[in-house]
Design a protein around this ligand. Sequence first.
Ligand SMILES: Cc1cc2nc3c(=O)[nH]c(=O)nc-3n(C[C@H](O)[C@H](O)[C@H](O)COP(=O)(O)OP(=O)(O)OC[C@H]3O[C@@H](n4cnc5c(N)ncnc54)[C@H](O)[C@@H]3O)c2cc1C
Ligand code: SF4
Length: 337
Amino acid sequence: MKPFAYAKPGDVAEAVRTVAAEPAAVYLAGGTNLVDHLKLGVARPDLVVDVRTLTSREVTDSPDGGLRLGAASTNSEVAADRRVRERYPVLAAALLAGATGQLRNTATTGGNPLQRTRCVYFGDVTTPCNKREPGSGCSAVGGYTRYHAVLGVPAALPDPADPATCIATHPSDMAVALAVLDAQVQVLGPTGERTIPFTELHRLPGDDPARDTVLEHGDLITAIDLPPLPEGARSTYRKVRDRASYAFALVSVAAVVSGDDVRLALGGVAHRPWRASRAEELLRGRELTEDAVRAAMDAELAAAQPQPGAGGGNGFKIPLVARTVAATLRELTEAPA
Ligand SMILES: Cc1cc2nc3c(=O)[nH]c(=O)nc-3n(C[C@H](O)[C@H](O)[C@H](O)COP(=O)(O)OP(=O)(O)OC[C@H]3O[C@@H](n4cnc5c(N)ncnc54)[C@H](O)[C@@H]3O)c2cc1C
Ligand code: SF4
């Protein structure tokens, strides 16, 4: 493991100044993702800045009737909060579908959405990977693609030697729920505070697959705000995985139904949590019959691109995510009030 310096600043402003001043500095929160990457040589910082005790660990009521999740609140604390369970069941369910009890006790609201991809080649420093080592190529194309993207990828098979190629997915369950809830991310950066809509936090690979988000160097997440849902809204999260627990999503669905409105976010299918805007548009004001949901998902997935690869590739995800959306909406509309 590459040696690095460790700093524990006195407050968030000092933490931001410290990271901004050192190009090879990173923040440390629960460490459940970053520490693995330090050990594997995937992350090679010169300085690790511990922010775990600097941001709020509280879940607080917001004046608009929503909730503010302090960046240091743990995944267990948020999932267990009575207000989260009653008002945002989709978030509690997504958190409880992730990792294990021990990990959730340590993982934080700030760190969870910023965890890196679980692409096996990203974690294997002996293989080319544009995300880990820009310009080195992409080992996943034609390789093991079971957990890789089908949306937000080029229509033709990507060129593994192209420095822009990356077909990785974002692995966080929590992030899919935050996307459907239209959460807002509070950021303190070197130039001050700003708010980023959660749906705009993560990016597609574009020409720079090394960047997962729109955050700039030194930006610190201080809190995530959940706007109130309409009265009577129902929400839930469904995750399909290779085994019943302790596995990342093959596909997942976060859904909110309220009156004539349907909100859908998909996990395990793209480089970022995927808000299914086309399907939402087609379902708005419609009765959620099987035919209507199937047609909406056909439209949403029209540009989906299966990736060939070992064991048959990942084309199975396209019908799987459509069926998972149908099952999730059935659960929400058929459950007794
Ligand atoms: C065995 C295992 C199984 C897992 N299974 C799942 C699963 O099924 N589903 C799932 O969703 N997750 C799963 N995870 C991932 C886990 O949820 C994440 O590791 C965790 O949420 C990361 O949070 P953390 O606080 O530990 O972040 P850290 O590891 O401390 O940091 C993660 C990243 O975020 C940055 N960062 C942290 N806090 C901030 C901040 N406030 N502002 C800016 N940058 C920040 C760090 O620099 C780092 O790049 C699993 C992890 C393991 C080890
Ligand atoms: S899919 Fe992305 S993360 Fe995986 S090997 Fe290719 S460039 Fe790296």
